[in-house]
Write a protein that binds this ligand. Sequence first.
Ligand code: SAH
Length: 242
Amino acid sequence: MHDRPAPPEAFTVTPIGVIESDFPDKFGIPRQPGLADTARASLVLLPPFDDPLTVRGLEAFSHLWLTFVFHQSPERWTPLVRPPRLGGNARVGVFASRSTHRPNRLGLSLVELVDIDTADGVRLALRGADLVSGTPVLDLKPYLPWAESRPEARAGFAPEAPPTLAVGFSPAAETVLARREDGDSLRELIREVLAQDPRPAYRRGAEERVYGMRLRDVDVRFQARTDAAGETRLEVVEIVTM
Ligand code: SAH
């Protein structure tokens, strides 16, 4: 038997910033970053990390790693989880998954850096974030493609991007979009998000059900429709301003 080293002590970490995003709720957010590029998100640094010196030179990098806390997930975790990609029934180890229900609730996302604003504190504009508004961020660091991009890597039960669904808009939904200044980008955002099929894996097939998903300041109500050829698409029934 080896003598085991004493277990390390617990660490205390402090958020360096907080996310403001187009996603007021967890439900509907794409399950990985880079899947809804129209989604706006900012990382607002908190004192004392909001000194512009902390980001000097960062503008020369196009992509960042964010380490954050899944603060809206329960602290409780289990050794086995059911990834949506496996249909919501088959189980894999929590460490074989990107589940948000994990020890320490740490998340990791690769996002695009669009802009750095240091006029009043530090605000980083991001593209492709998969983070709910209010997410506490623990660290950010630049992405190094020569070391960290491994296209030959095996990716287990998620070998490629999931298939996407076609998305339609009812006349009522189009009327709401037409009246909004951000109508075109909101339409595109809704399309990107619904194309990922946010319905829980185990619910798919419950066709009559109308789902609600919040994006920006609206509640998007949508429903699955199956056409004559058996193709499922998601139809935006109505868009309600909150
Ligand atoms: N790229 C990250 C996230 C994967 S899970 C990683 O691999 O670590 C992505 C899901 O996390 C999203 O669909 C969203 O529903 C959920 N999510 C985003 N921010 C969250 C938060 N602050 N708390 C709990 N869940 C969150």
